[in-house]
Write a protein that binds this ligand. Structure first.
Ligand SMILES: Cc1ncc(COP(=O)(O)O)c(C=O)c1O
Length: 433
């Protein structure tokens, strides 16, 4: 059947697949977020339709085109100016004056790029381990020939500025510090403002993994003396996973430029972006950008600007506090995995199941009741004892927290445990009011 599609000027032969992302020209959404309690947070995002959008290729005559088209296809190339404008919006989100590079891959790309750019034989790195990513950084640092001093803390706590200060005092030769701000995988968050002061006083280069904190809690790389701040949009920002970004201080650029083994002419190279994109006046991109991901990043930045970064962070903090309070009220032996509320990350709340109750089974039962709930069991060895409730972007709402706890309560009750759904409901409502 021929029908005119919103992204073209005339009829073309195509019918979006029934289960495709579109319903009535709008992106389909069948998530718990559409439950009435989701309140103000609109989930349905209209597809841009006017000819002047990046979706449509100007002057294409649909009559000539026999190919089936789709909103994700046939995109006009992203211009350097458009790319630079999106970078500027990321810089505003981070309130940074430093250079920002949007890297064309998930956050592990700039994280590895930072470490391989800055570390070399002769580097002494303090690698803080508060979750799985700290372990990864240590491996990359050693691979670069650096001497690595690991500072590991139990995953149910956070590291303190005093612990880092002690390590730096003990090892004055340390010239690089790597830290994860918030760990979605373990649910803890670290006091970066205080830690930044200690690291700056010591003079080491400071790399921060802020993938799971950006959008969920305050993140001020300039004020905190962060030289390399890596973010991903797929968590609290509610954006795409296929692109990421890093802010780079002048000191960090100098450290990389002085590093003979820093990647160059390589997809891992941050220096290539510096020398050919930034110093080139942001006129020529290094390679074809990931259009869809870049447009999704732009859309999520637009949505954050519309809601307000402060409101977005408040919503995450409230969702985390409500989940923690609701879980305690629910009972059934469920308790917060991170002992102190101040150490609990707003991006995701981790819960410990009672002894003998397999967390992955509880999650499986809860998802059987409601497959779209943002519930996962802990990774690896934590899969038996940890349940994670993600509060990513549109999931940071009262409705989703209610639904998640109700499903967990039902699953725990199925294992013969006594739970109090009403008390959990009240605790969530109180936390939100
Ligand atoms: C703290 C942290 N760092 C890094 C990553 C890796 O991000 P990505 O999956 O985009 O590579 C994640 C992803 O979960 C994360 O939580």
């Amino acid at each position: 059947m021929l029908k005119s599609m919103p992204w073209s000027s005339g009829p073309v032969a195509c019918d979006p697949p029934a289960d495709g992302p579109l319903k009535d020209g709008r992106l389909r959404s069948d998530s718990p977020r559409d439950r009435p309690e989701t309140g103000p947070y609109e989930r349905d995002v209209p597809v841009r339709t006017s000819q002047s959008t990046p979706f449509a290729r100007i002057g294409r005559d649909p009559e000539e085109s026999t190919a089936v088209t789709h909103p994700f296809l046939d995109l006009a190339p992203l211009t350097a100016a458009h790319f630079a404008a999106i970078e500027q919006r990321v810089a505003r989100l981070l309130s940074t004056e430093q250079d920002v590079v949007i890297t064309q891959g998930e956050a592990l790309l700039p994280l590895e790029g930072c470490i391989r750019g800055a570390a070399r034989p002769g580097t002494t790195a303090l690698n803080v381990i508060t979750g799985p990513y700290g372990q990864t950084f240590g491996n990359w640092l050693r691979d670069c020939g650096a001497t690595v001093i690991d500072l590991a803390v139990p995953f149910h706590t956070a590291v303190t500025a005093a612990q880092i200060d002690e390590a730096l005092t003990e090892h004055p030769e340390i010239d690089f510090v790597s830290l994860v701000h918030a760990e979605a995988a373990t649910g803890n968050t670290n006091p970066v403002a205080e830690i930044g002061e200690v690291v700056r006083a010591h003079g080491a280069l400071f790399m921060l993994d802020a993938v799971a904190s950006v959008g969920a809690e305050p993140l001020l790389p300039d004020a905190w003396g962060v030289d390399l701040c890596v973010i991903g949009a797929q968590k609290a920002m509610g954006g795409p996973a296929g692109v990421s970004a890093v802010s780079v201080s002048e000191r960090a650029w100098q450290r990389m430029a002085a590093n003979p083994q820093a990647p160059r002419r390589s997809y891992l190279s941050l220096l290539d972006w510096k020398e050919r994109w930034i110093d080139g006046g942001r006129k020529a991109l290094l390679h074809a950008p990931a259009q869809l991901e870049m447009l999704a990043l732009e859309a999520c930045l637009e949505r954050i600007e519309a809601e307000g970064l402060g409101a977005l962070m408040t919503r995450h903090a409230t969702a985390a506090a409500a989940t923690r309070a609701g879980a305690l009220a629910l009972g059934g032996g469920l308790e917060p995995y991170v002992y102190e509320a101040r150490d609990a990350a707003p991006v995701a709340t981790t819960l410990r199941t009672p002894p003998g109750v397999d967390a992955s089974e509880v999650v499986a039962r809860a998802l059987a009741a409601d497959p779209v709930l943002p519930l996962v069991a802990g990774g690896g060895a934590l899969s038996k004892e940890m349940i994670r409730v993600n509060h990513y972007g549109a999931d940071a709402t009262r409705g989703v927290v209610h639904s998640a706890l109700a499903a967990l309560g039902g699953a725990l009750a199925e294992s013969g445990l006594t739970v109090n759904l009403e008390a959990a409901r009240r605790a969530v409502t109180d936390a939100w009011s």
